[in-house]
Design a binder for this molecule. Structure first.
Ligand code: IGP
Length: 263
């Protein structure tokens, strides 16, 4: 396994390799420790081998305001099996080298503050985490973590919503690192049947302002969704459907979602 420093530049390098080949990006989301902490590494390995471009791992938290029911239930299961942020970081620190894909931690701000901002960034880097999504940290408040994040070289991925003003969209898109997470529906995470008709224009605007790949996320659950979204975005994030498929032990569905990105 080649050793390469983890962090923002690892995401940039890996994503550019894929995009330069004319391929799209696929980022599955899992809840860390859903099924017990012992399942974390095998699940990451499996998604890595299936062709994930990066893997987003959720940190279980008691008050997950942006999570839909599927993600919330996965968080409850993980917490019931006693999974903690410390356990997740410890497990990654020992086993990270067995997974090639960049790893992005999705956590609310509170667990980071409880852990200690600087200590968290330090331990996240040591655990081989490359980037962070912190949905309740608005752009205006990111200075709160900026110094620590810079010290340890982690990417801070920004979420941009459909309803943001053009001015705000510009600011968020310009500030995002690793990738820009374009939320494709209004509301919380979870599988949907349909998407808005004018998404293509929205993604055009995002791409003009973003320095990093623009990924579509929220509500994507079928190979057709993946095909549609990769017409207009550099790639997709899929969460709730991945969690359901893992629970059903249906890795064929996960593979069909990943394979749809370049079909
Ligand atoms: O579950 P969906 O609809 O496929 O969407 C991805 C999403 O779950 C994942 O990226 C995520 C989980 N929790 C979040 C909180 C905020 C933003 C994003 C997330």
């Amino acid at each position: 396994m080649p050793t390469m420093t983890h962090g923002k530049s690892y995401i940039d390098t890996k994503f550019n390799q894929t995009l330069e080949q004319g391929d799209h990006l696929f980022v599955p989301y899992i809840m860390a420790g859903d099924g017990g902490i012992d399942t974390l590494i095998p699940t990451l390995q499996r998604l890595d081998q299936a062709g994930a471009s990066a893997i987003e791992i959720g940190i279980p938290f008691s008050d997950p305001v942006a999570d839909g029911p599927t993600i919330q239930d996965a968080g409850i299961r993980a917490r019931q099996s006693g999974v903690t942020l410390h356990a997740i970081l410890d497990t990654l620190q020992t086993e990270r080298h067995t997974i090639d894909a960049p790893i992005i931690a999705m956590t609310y701000l509170n667990p980071i503050v409880q852990y200690g901002v600087n200590q968290f960034m330090k331990d996240a880097q040591a655990a081989g985490i490359d980037g962070l999504i912190i949905p309740d940290l608005p752009l205006e408040h990111k200075s709160f973590i900026d110094d620590a994040k810079e010290t340890y070289g982690l990417a801070l991925i920004q979420l941009v919503s459909l309803t943001s003003s053009p001015e705000r969209i510009k600011h968020i898109a310009e500030a995002s690192e690793g990738f820009l997470y374009a939320v494709t529906v209004n509301g919380i995470t979870g599988a949907r049947d349909t998407f808005a008709d004018d998404l293509a224009d929205h993604f055009e605007l995002l791409k003009t302002h973003s320095h990093v790949p623009v990924l579509a996320g929220f509500g994507i659950s079928t190979p057709d969704h993946v095909r549609d979204m990769t017409q207009i975005a550099d790639g997709v994030v899929v969460g709730s459907q991945i969690i359901k498929s893992i629970q059903a032990n249906d890795f064929n569905h996960i593979q069909s979602l990943i394979d749809a990105k370049d079909s």
